[in-house]
Write a protein that binds this ligand. Structure first.
Ligand code: LLP
Length: 383
């Protein structure tokens, strides 16, 4: 096992607290991203000697300063839409590799991606059956479904019979026949089983399965074992152990040295770098429960409502005061699911106090909405 939850040593607990209070005085709700934490996570991934190329899964956070910082660390970029490709190309140098791995995308998305330097991935027969001329004489990546999914919540598992992702392995021969007919060369084999995985052995299993499939396809040069690297989110959970992960990967690589190994993490790079600052609006006692209202809720952070995700919440204005009770932390949105945290031990709060919601650098702002026509949270970088 690795170290205990990174949350215990998170950057926002220390010297940055006055700066965060100042940023909250200017505006809330507000996302704040700590670039040194992004770089620290990038460095941890770069210790994986078995991995030949890292793509950042930009769906986790598309802030241009984060994209630029990861480009400077040598990362490529995995994009799933023309919008993401555009955002990346505007923020990073032309030398950064791009990967386009959409799902059920329209024909024109592939056409646009093929007009860039991106390597394009397919995960069904349909594009070659119906739009074969688009891919003629191209090199592509094939995403397969290894028949199972994994992840922190049912809704983030992207493999197995209930999932819309990936080419089922029993259609591999049909895919290769179509590829052959169109002069398409399968250069890479790809799988991504889900998100928020904290078991190092998982990536070794995916790697070995993909490599063994690749032996049936003469043209494969690289294996992409996806992302999904989790970060500890509950107190006491252990972080991924990069030494153990590298050992697992190197074992497989020893058996298949002829393939390059690629990975595409999102969350691992940015989750702990981001916090959401919000202000206390009102309080209410109702039966046995005490509600603490904030000036934003599921419109800015939908993960608790969507996945029952747990995010640490602290009162930044009273950081050193003792907890006095249990609070339900809610937002101003007209939905009963507009809850950011339940049964949180916190000090007595007052209207205007600054609350911090932690570990929201991944899948926070990017999944936010203007529901109820609330203004969006803005974003600030600390470097
Ligand atoms: N590669 C592919 C093909 C993916 O679909 C994803 C994430 C990643 C890489 C990056 O996964 P990561 O390393 O970030 O786990 N909104 C959810 C997570 C959805 C992930 C979707 N795909 C959440 O907030 O937990």
């Amino acid at each position: 096992g690795g170290e205990t939850a990174g949350a215990a040593t998170a950057w926002w607990r220390g010297a940055q607290r006055p700066a965060l209070l100042e940023l909250a005085r200017e505006a809330t709700p507000r996302y704040v991203y700590h670039l040194p934490t992004v770089r620290q996570q990038a460095h941890a991934l770069k210790t994986l000697a078995a991995v030949d190329r890292l793509h950042y899964a930009v769906k986790a956070n598309t802030h241009p300063a984060i994209l630029a910082a990861l480009a400077a660390e040598g990362f490529g970029f995995e994009c799933v839409s023309p919008g993401e490709l555009k955002a990346v190309m505007a923020a990073v140098p032309e030398s950064a590799p791009l990967l386009f791995t959409p799902n059920f995308a329209p024909r024109e998305d592939y056409a646009r991606a093929l007009g860039t330097r991106a390597t394009v991935s397919l995960d069904s027969l349909y594009p070659l059956e119906h739009w074969g001329e688009l891919f003629r004489d191209r090199e592509i990546v094939l995403r397969v479904d290894l028949g199972r999914g994994l992840g922190h919540h049912e809704k983030v598992r992207t493999g197995g019979s209930g999932s819309k992702f990936g080419l089922p392995v029993d259609q591999l021969d049909a895919f290769l026949r179509l590829a052959d007919a169109h002069g398409v060369s399968v250069r890479g084999l790809h799988a991504h089983l889900g998100s928020g995985i904290l078991d190092e052995a998982h990536w070794g299993e995916v790697y070995a399965q993909l490599a063994s499939l690749a032996e049936r396809i003469g043209s494969v040069g690289f294996i992409d074992i996806g992302g999904g690297l989790g970060v500890p989110s509950h107190p006491g959970e252990a972080a991924l152990d990069m030494v153990a992960l590298d050992r697992v990967l190197r074992e497989v690589k020893a058996a298949y040295p002829h393939y390059q190994l690629w990975m595409e993490p999102g969350r691992y790079l940015v989750a702990d770098a981001g916090v959401l600052l919000a202000r206390v609006t009102q309080q209410k006692g109702k039966g046995a429960l005490r509600y603490l209202g904030l000036d934003t809720g599921m419109n800015s952070l939908i993960r608790p409502a969507l996945y029952d995700a747990w995010h640490e919440i602290v009162n930044l204005s009273r950081f050193d005061e003792p907890a006095t009770g249990l609070f339900q932390i809610v937002g101003p949105i007209c939905e009963s699911g507009d809850v950011l945290g339940t049964d949180r031990r916190l000090p007595e709060a007052q209207e205007g106090d600054v609350m911090l919601i932690a570990q929201v650098g991944a899948y926070g702002k990017v999944m936010s909405s203007r529901y109820n026509l609330r203004d969006e949270a803005d974003e600030v970088i600390i470097d």
